[in-house]
Design a binder for this molecule. Structure first.
Ligand code: PLP
Length: 392
């Protein structure tokens, strides 16, 4: 590891150099690993988390545009000042009902929800047990609380139990669907463990809200476990296709949170037209069973076909399909081979993955036609052939 000089300005320059010179110029040959070429109209774009394709729904856009045109000046301030009967409270009540919770809190993002939640429920004396693949925002919450984060092996409740036995009860944290590889949490076993061990349970439903469970109410509801999970969080920048986050919690916790969580207190709330978007999106998503069914079929088919062709798609099962692509230079080759055939995924590298364990992540969506799936298979097969030829 490079030894950084003591002077802060020098130190910053060295860190910037490490990125610009060592990583971009040398390792990536001057070509940003996460970008590549611009996608065109015939290309298959599988980067977005708009799993049910609602972002371009005319009725939703119309409702949001109308709300923007009709709105009086929004209060640009922290949401702790929000009055009763506001659109924020309507949305929170609608989400609490949808997800079978007592109360819901709308936050500025999934990141703010996770950081604010952990900061307000943990402390330096409370150990936090996180699945090693839990989202980065949950790990940031550990730092914000000044707590000790203890990683357990991915999807391994037995390992979590052994660690709890060693360090004592605390807060147990999992995602429902893991954002890197699309693997599904063994939620029933985790819920049992939390109850047995006397832990508070936090479940991030970002990639299952809208896509899993009745009406898309999430994995906990699907498994009849909603009342056994203490806190559910979600990013609304996935299936809900907007910019916000969510916490489902008890009534007693909600008011405490608003005066305790730094992101809730010290950062401004959403604007009126954003609440309108989510209210409309919720009505649409509740009724979108056909899209959910199609998404499930597509997820299974694409994963199976990529595996058949010879891609390493890891251990996932859900709508995020991650191709393991190795080191950063190897990933650049894979990205180029796929883009060369008109397939665009999202490249994941450190700090989102361990160094040299990069991924090209394909997020499938319900709008893919049979024709698109045929194209995807043919193009991915051609990309792999090109890649192998290049290597041989
Ligand atoms: C599992 C998970 N939690 C939280 C977040 C953060 O959400 P947001 O983009 O709304 O801040 C993300 C987004 O990447 C996520 O995948």
């Amino acid at each position: 590891m490079a030894v950084l000089s003591a002077c802060p300005k020098e130190q910053l320059r060295e860190r910037e150099d490490a990125f610009h010179i060592q990583r971009v110029e040398r390792l990536w040959n001057g070509d940003h690993l996460l970008r590549g070429r611009e996608p065109g109209t015939d290309d298959l774009q599988l980067m977005s988390n708009d799993y049910l394709c609602i972002q371009n729904e005319p009725a939703l856009r119309q409702a949001q545009a109308q709300a923007l045109l009709n709105s009086k000046a929004d209060l640009l301030m922290s949401s702790i000042f929000t009055m009763d009967g506001s659109p924020m409270q309507q949305l929170e009540a609608a989400f609490a009902d949808y997800m079978e919770g007592e109360e819901a809190i709308v936050c500025q993002s999934g990141f703010a929800a996770n950081v604010g939640l952990l900061q307000s429920i943990a402390s330096p004396s409370v150990p936090i047990y996180l699945d090693m693949n839990a989202h980065a925002s949950l790990w940031e919450g550990v730092k914000a609380a000044g707590a000790r984060g203890i990683a357990f092996r991915h999807n391994n409740p037995d390992h979590a139990e052994r660690l709890i036995g060693r360090y004592g009860p605390g807060i147990l944290v999992v995602d429902t669907v893991y954002s890197t590889d699309g693997s599904l949490c063994p939620l029933a076993a985790i819920v049992d463990l939390a109850a047995r061990a006397g832990c508070i349970l936090v479940v991030d439903e970002s990639h299952s809200l809208g896509t899993h469970g009745p009406g898309g109410a999430g994995l906990a509801v699907a498994l009849g476990l909603a009342d056994r999970v203490h806190f559910r969080t979600a990013s609304l920048a996935k299936t809900f296709a907007g910019r916000a986050g969510l916490i489902v919690c008890s009534r007693r916790f909600k008011e405490y949170f608003r005066m305790e969580s730094n992101p809730a207190i010290f950062s401004s709330g959403l604007l009126e037209h954003e609440y309108v978007w989510f209210l409309e999106a919720l009505a649409l998503i509740r009724k979108a069973d056909e899209r959910r069914k199609r998404l499930r079929e597509i997820s299974e088919m694409v994963r199976w076909r990529l595996d058949e062709i010879g891609y390493d798609v890891g251990g996932g099962t859900e709508q995020i399909i991650a191709i393991e692509s190795g080191t950063e230079p190897e990933t650049q080759h894979m990205r180029d081979a796929l883009q060369g055939e008109g397939v665009f995924g999202a490249v994941f590298c450190a700090p989102a993955t361990p160094r040299n364990h990069c991924l090209v992540r394909l997020s499938v969506h319900s709008g893919l036609t049979d024709d698109d799936l045929e194209k995807l298979t043919t193009r991915c097969a051609a990309a792999l052939r090109a890649l192998r030829n290049e290597m041989s």
